[in-house]
Design a binder for this molecule. Structure first.
Ligand code: GLN
Length: 308
């Protein structure tokens, strides 16, 4: 069988199972199987597919037919123009999270060497995008999952930002939870304060988690998605931790689910009184990123004992 025939068969199988992007996905599966780029695939269409690769291609197609996301099958996902490694231990970066990076870059623009935290970094998408675009920035990327931090470490190496992205295992902003994590993950002490605290925390509510079906999220780690009864559990905990971890004039940027807008604005008012709060919609028009900017002259520490 030629590569062209294998491609045609894969397209037919995916199309007859109602995969809307059958053509693109079939190409990606073949490219992944053969370890080649798009141009090379097209040059080699008349070559024969090595017979031992046919069962492997069938396995890849079966995985896709079970609705496993393409990113997990190929092990890659593009985010903010960067090719990132992803595994089933990490959330798959979404295009809407690029809005958070854009807003963070705008805010960081007027600082020469900003100190940035990315809380719940997963595969490192936000942290690495910031580090790549701000060569003077120091980034501290936290995650509770060792497996996710391992993936983030690979992505840091891939994009040559290992020196400036410090990976820390911890519960939100509290780093250094475990002592048995691989050495390369524990890099440096965390600073007392940040200019920007960024996070795409788990924010899917329990009700939404129960309703997931035929969805990318069924394959993703619940740890990275599930935000408790109203989805705000981790966001609320982070805001309580973050209030005295921000430089005056610094900002917190969070990705949210559109229906959480009122709840998160209320939490911001409680934990960060006096901050300038703005919510931005994603390209589909859904409220997606909340920005809480503190006043430059304000002492952020508020009365202890308040909040979650
Ligand atoms: N954006 C994801 C979704 O599909 C959720 C990610 C998260 O919980 N942070 O809803």
């Amino acid at each position: 069988m030629t590569i062209k025939q294998a491609l045609r068969q894969a397209i037919e199988t995916l199309t007859s199972n109602r995969f809307e992007e059958a053509h693109l996905e079939a190409e990606l599966l073949l490219r992944h199987l053969l370890g080649i780029g798009r141009a090379e695939l097209h040059l080699r269409l008349e070559d024969s597919l090595p017979p031992e690769q046919t069962p492997e291609l069938d396995r890849l197609i079966r995985r896709r037919l079970s609705h496993e996301p393409m990113a997990y099958i190929t092990g890659h996902k593009e985010f903010f123009g960067l090719d990132l490694i992803v595994t089933a231990d990490t959330l798959i970066p979404r295009p809407e999270t690029e809005l958070l990076v854009e807003k963070a870059l705008e805010l960081a623009g007027n600082r020469t060497s900003p100190t940035i935290a990315d809380v719940g970094t997963g595969c490192g998408a936000i942290a690495i995008a910031m580090a790549v675009h701000l060569p003077q920035a120091k980034v501290y990327a936290f995650d509770i999952s060792t497996a996710a931090l391992e993936v983030a470490a690979l992505n840091c190496e891939r994009h040559r930002v290992t020196e400036r992205v410090h990976l820390l295992q911890g519960d939100l902003l509290q780093g250094d939870l475990a002592s048995n994590i691989p050495a390369r993950i524990k890099a440096g002490d965390k600073p007392p304060r940040y200019d920007l605290i960024l996070a795409n925390l788990p924010y899917v509510s329990d009700r939404q988690m129960r309703g997931l079906c035929d969805d990318v999220r069924l394959f993703e780690p619940a740890l990275a998605l599930s935000g408790g009864p109203d989805g705000l559990q981790q966001i609320s905990r982070l805001l309580a931790q973050a209030r005295d971890k921000l430089h005056p004039g610094g900002a917190i940027l969070l990705e949210i689910s559109p229906e959480q807008r009122t709840g998160v604005v209320e939490l911001a008012g409680r934990h960060l009184p006096g901050d300038n709060v703005k919510v931005y919609p994603d390209l589909s028009g859904h409220d997606r990123v909340i920005v809480m900017e503190s006043k430059a002259d304000k002492n952020l520490a508020i009365a202890p004992g308040e909040g979650a």
